[in-house]
Design a binder for this molecule. Sequence first.
Ligand SMILES: *[C@@H]1O[C@H](CO)[C@@H](O)[C@H](O)[C@H]1NC(C)=O
Ligand SMILES: *[C@@H]1O[C@H](CO)[C@@H](O)[C@H](O)[C@H]1NC(C)=O
Ligand SMILES: *[C@@H]1O[C@H](CO)[C@@H](O)[C@H](O)[C@H]1NC(C)=O
Ligand SMILES: *[C@@H]1O[C@H](CO)[C@@H](O)[C@H](O)[C@H]1NC(C)=O
Ligand SMILES: *[C@@H]1O[C@H](CO)[C@@H](O)[C@H](O)[C@H]1NC(C)=O
Length: 360
Amino acid sequence: MLLLWKLLWSLLMLAQAAMGNWWNLAVPLSDQSGNTSLEAVTTLRKESCHRLEFLVERQKKLCMLSDKMIQVLQTGAMQAVEECQHQFRNSRWNCSIVENSTDIFGGVLKYKSRESAFVHALSSAALAHAVARACSRGELNDCSCDSKVRKRTPRHWQWGGCSEDIRYGEIYSRDFLDSREDRTTDEGLVNLHNNDAGRRAVRSRMQRVCKCHGMSGSCSVRVCWRRLPQLHVVGDALSTRYEGASHVKVSVVERKKGKNLRKIRPIHADMKKPNKTDLVYLEDSPDYCEPNEELGILGTRGRTCNRTSAGIDGCRLLCCGRGYQTRVQDYEVKCKCRFVWCCRVQCEICRFKRDHHVCN
Ligand SMILES: *[C@@H]1O[C@H](CO)[C@@H](O)[C@H](O)[C@H]1NC(C)=O
Ligand SMILES: *[C@@H]1O[C@H](CO)[C@@H](O)[C@H](O)[C@H]1NC(C)=O
Ligand SMILES: *[C@@H]1O[C@H](CO)[C@@H](O)[C@H](O)[C@H]1NC(C)=O
Ligand SMILES: *[C@@H]1O[C@H](CO)[C@@H](O)[C@H](O)[C@H]1NC(C)=O
Ligand SMILES: *[C@@H]1O[C@H](CO)[C@@H](O)[C@H](O)[C@H]1NC(C)=O
């Protein structure tokens, strides 16, 4: 009986498995021939949801919830990719997009690496963020401003205005992203952990902003509401987590009523146990130094490096020991600006030279 159930379950999961991931929405959609469709150039419409083959059934349903949901999903995906490229601009893998691939990151994320952990957390955060923002703008059917923000009135100020509903954003992000993970696999369990860590990074950085009311300048009434953090702030926080990510394994810790309890544990017993805000990964990263077409890795030849940095953006690490070339680069800036009566600022153009280091 149990065996049959398991068989049915794995068949179901197999049918669910979609190629690629929702963050593919960040780039224009291509049809089978690699032809960029007209649809991507204009705006996406609700009717397109069921044709996105990288979504699982549940995700297609959630995509159809509101007319504008597909655009919100696209905004979330684009912001996630942009933030990833910003955070990784100095790293060997710079979150580059691969054309003609079922996943926009190519095969890089097939490795259950710390980069994969970061992308999962960041995209989960970006989705919660984009949905909550759209709620407060009145763009979605099922949410608006957060009306449940604490009703207990503090002494010197009161709640008012539009508090952004991160709770709804989180619920949507969880429903949407966690629906494609299989918690009976190690990879699924780790992805679920990182998705959750991403959402926590947004929630814990919600801000309270206030505005004064009352007779001019008196500020007798202060009205406050909750605002989402900038996604940059969340990206910085997740980057720090990425640096300190925990290498883990999944172990069966105990059996309760014949049921296995599977838990994430550090790979070595003497390492710190990851908490719910930490990122976790199962595998070492692939080699990002040399190009690998199969994985969509560009390698670091031609990358600009920093000669004086000892960090990952330094020529020694970024160029993977292959060395670098120095080119003298001309650049121009506005200078010797002065005010001309009236009312103009006049500048000269100054030319400078600077060294530019490029990996071999
Ligand atoms: C993508 O596929 C199209 C059509 O198959 C081809 O013309 C194009 O060169 C490909 N682009 C890349 C980067 O491989
Ligand atoms: C791309 O699709 C459009 C319309 O769907 C078609 O007119 C055009 O010829 C296609 N281009 C290529 C290179 O297949
Ligand atoms: C989780 O661990 C990190 C260090 O890895 C620490 O900075 C953070 O405060 C911890 N968070 C909680 C809620 O314990
Ligand atoms: C990533 O690095 C490649 C070279 O390896 C470069 O061509 C590309 O412009 C970089 N992308 C970004 C987003 O920085
Ligand atoms: C290069 O690295 C040094 C030392 O880390 C830093 O002070 C400098 O601002 C960096 N230069 C650039 C162009 O990023």
